[in-house]
Design a protein around this ligand. Structure first.
Ligand code: NDP
Length: 448
C-alpha cells in the first residue's frame, strides 16, 4: 500500500498521540489515511475544513458501568461502550460486540470502519459501534438476560430511530437483541422497532437479516470472480469462524457451486474433505450452542485440529469470518502459495497490514471487510425501512435487494480504484469511495 501523504502524516501522528494504546484503532485509521493522498490533492477543501482530523474524532463516546448478578447471586461489573462516530449520512448505525477482549480501542476501530462501510451501502446511515467486555460464553440464558437488561438500562437514553440504532456483532445475536429490545420497551413504555435491528421475525425483524453478512460477502466475492471471468463453480473454499457470518457464508458458497471444506472457532479447526455438513453446524452452533469440535462426533471421517491454523489448508477462496487480525503476513503468503485466488472478508479487519500487502502484491482478488461485509448493515437499513413503513418484505425480494447493493458496492469500488490509477485494488477503491461521500456531507453541514 502507498505511504501516508506528507500532508496527512501529521494528522496520523496526532491520532496516535490523542488515542494512546488503541492499536486496532490506529491500524484502521492508517489503512484509510494511506489511501487519501490523491483525494486531498483533488479536493483541497477537505484540508481547509479539517475533514480528516474531524472524521478521526468520534462525535460522542459513552462509557458506562454494567452491574449484574449471576445465577448464584454473585455480583459482576462489566464495562459498556457506545461510540457514536459520525452522523453525516444518517443516524449512527453499527453493531454491539460482547467479548472479553472488548476495550475502547476495539470499539473505535469498528466504529471508524463503520463510517465508510455504511457510506458504501448508499443508504442513509452514519457510523457507530458499541459493546462490552462481557463474555456470553458459558452463561445461562437468565444470566445473559440480566446482563442485557443492565446494559440497556444505561444505553436506552442514547438511542432512537433518528439518533442511534445498534444491531448485533460477535456475541450478540437474536437472543441478546430480544432481551435488549424488551428492556428498552419496558423503560420507555414505547414499542419502537426502529431502535434496534436484527430483531425476531414476529416482532419487527427482517427476513434475510440473519443471513445478510455472510450472503453479502459471498455475493461480493462472486462479483470479484466475475470481474476476472471466473466463478465459484467447483472452487475449494475455507471460512474461519462458525458464528453468524461464517454459517451463512458457507451456505451461499454452497448455493453458488463452491465447496467449503473447513471452518473453525477459537479452540480449533474442522476439516471435512467431502464438504462441510452445514445442517449439522447450524444444529451445533445455533440450536445447541456447542463447540465446533463436536462435528467429528457425527462425521468420523472429518478431522478436528485443536489450535490449528485454518489458513494452512489449501483453498482457492478464503473467507475470514471470525475476528480482527486473524490472517498475518505469513498466513497470507501461505494462502497465495497454496493457490488462493480470492479473499473476501466477512469479519472486520481480519487481515494484518502485512497480510494485506501480500494479497495486493500477489494481485489476487482481495475484498476488504468494509466493502465485502457491508451486506449486514445494509440489510439492517432495509429492516429500518420496513419498520418505518410498518411493512415486511418477502425473502426473495429482500435477498434481491441485498444482492443488488453488493453488486453496486463492488462496481463503485472497482471503478474508483481504476479512476485513481490502481485498477483491481479494492482497498483503495473502498476507502476513497466511502470517504468522499462522508467528506462532502461534512463540508455541506458546516463546522460541527
Ligand atoms: P459470532 O459471535 O456469531 O461468531 C464469531 C465466530 O468467530 C465464532 O466462531 C468465534 O469462536 C470466532 N471468534 C471470535 N473471536 C475470536 C477470536 N478472538 N479468535 C478466534 N475466533 C474467534 O459473530 P459474527 O459471526 O457476528 O461476527 C464475526 C465477524 O464478522 C466479526 O469480525 C464481526 O465484526 C464481523 N461482522 C459481523 C456482522 C454481523 O452482521 N453479525 C456484520 C459485519 C461484520 P468462539 O465461539 O470460539 O469465540
Amino acid at each position: 500500500m502507498a505511504q501516508v501523504d506528507s500532508k496527512i502524516e501529521s494528522m496520523y501522528q496526532e491520532v496516535l498521540k490523542r488515542n494512546p494504546g488503541e492499536t486496532e484503532f490506529h491500524q484502521a485509521v492508517l489503512e484509510v489515511l494511506e489511501c487519501l493522498g490523491p483525494v486531498v490533492a483533488k479536493h483541497p477543501e477537505y484540508l481547509e475544513r479539517k475533514i480528516i482530523e474531524r472524521i478521526c474524532e468520534p462525535e460522542r463516546q459513552i462509557i458506562f458501568r454494567v452491574p449484574w448478578q449471576d445465577d448464584k447471586g454473585t455480583v459482576h461489573i462489566n464495562r459498556g461502550f457506545r461510540v457514536e462516530f459520525n452522523s453525516s449520512l444518517g443516524p449512527y448505525k453499527g453493531g454491539l460486540r460482547f467479548h472479553p477482549s472488548v476495550y475502547l480501542g476495539i470499539i473505535k476501530f469498528l466504529g471508524f470502519e463503520q463510517i465508510f462501510k455504511n457510506s458504501l451501502t448508499g443508504l442513509p446511515i452514519g457510523g457507530g459501534k458499541g459493546g462490552s467486555d462481557f463474555d456470553p460464553k458459558g452463561k445461562s440464558d437468565d444470566e445473559v438476560m440480566r446482563f442485557c437488561q443492565s446494559f440497556m438500562t444505561e444505553l436506552y437514553r442514547h438511542l432512537g430511530e433518528h439518533t442511534d440504532v445498534p444491531a448485533g456483532d460477535i456475541g450478540v445475536g437474536g437472543r441478546e437483541i430480544g432481551y435488549m429490545f424488551g428492556q428498552y420497551k419496558r423503560i420507555t413504555n414505547r414499542y419502537e422497532p426502529g431502535v434496534l435491528t436484527g430483531k425476531g421475525l414476529t416482532w419487527g425483524g427482517s427476513l434475510v437479516r440473519t443471513e445478510a453478512t455472510g450472503y453479502g460477502a459471498t455475493f461480493f466475492v462472486n462479483e470479484m470472480l466475475k470481474a476476472r471471468k471466473d466463478s465459484f463453480d467447483g472452487k475449494i473454499c475455507t471460512v474461519s469462524g462458525s458464528g453468524n457470518v461464517a454459517i451463512y457464508t458457507i451456505e451461499k458458497i454452497h448455493q453458488l457451486g463452491g465447496k467449503c471444506v473447513a471452518c473453525s472457532d477459537s479452540n480449533g479447526v474442522i476439516y471435512d474433505e467431502k464438504g462441510l455438513d452445514l445442517d449439522l453446524i447450524k444444529q451445533l452452533k445455533e440450536v445447541e450452542r456447542r463447540r465446533i469440535e463436536d462435528y467429528v462426533k457425527t462425521h468420523k471421517h472429518a478431522k478436528y485440529i485443536a489450535k490449528g491454523n485454518i489458513w494452512e489448508i489449501p483453498c482457492q477462496v478464503a473467507m475470514p469470518s471470525a475476528t480482527q487480525n486473524e490472517i498475518n503476513g505469513k498466513d497470507a503468503a501461505t494462502l497465495v502459495k497454496n493457490g488462493c485466488i480470492a479473499v473476501g472478508e466477512g469479519a472486520n479487519m481480519p487481515t494484518t497490514p502485512e497480510g494485506v500487502k501480500v494479497f495486493l502484491e500477489a494481485k489476487i482478488a482481495y475484498g476488504p471487510g468494509k466493502a465485502a461485509n457491508a451486506g449486514g448493515v445494509a440489510t439492517s437499513a432495509l429492516e429500518m425501512q420496513q419498520n418505518a413503513g410498518r411493512d415486511s418484505w418477502t425473502f426473495e425480494y429482500t435477498e434481491k435487494k441485498l444482492e443488488d447493493i453488493m453488486i453496486n458496492i463492488h462496481s463503485n469500488c472497482f471503478e474508483t480504484a481504476a479512476e485513481y490509477g490502481a485498477p483491481g485494488n479494492y482497498v483503495l477503491g473502498a476507502n476513497i469511495c466511502g470517504f468522499i461521500k462522508v467528506a462532502n456531507a461534512m463540508v455541506a453541514h458546516g463546522l460541527i
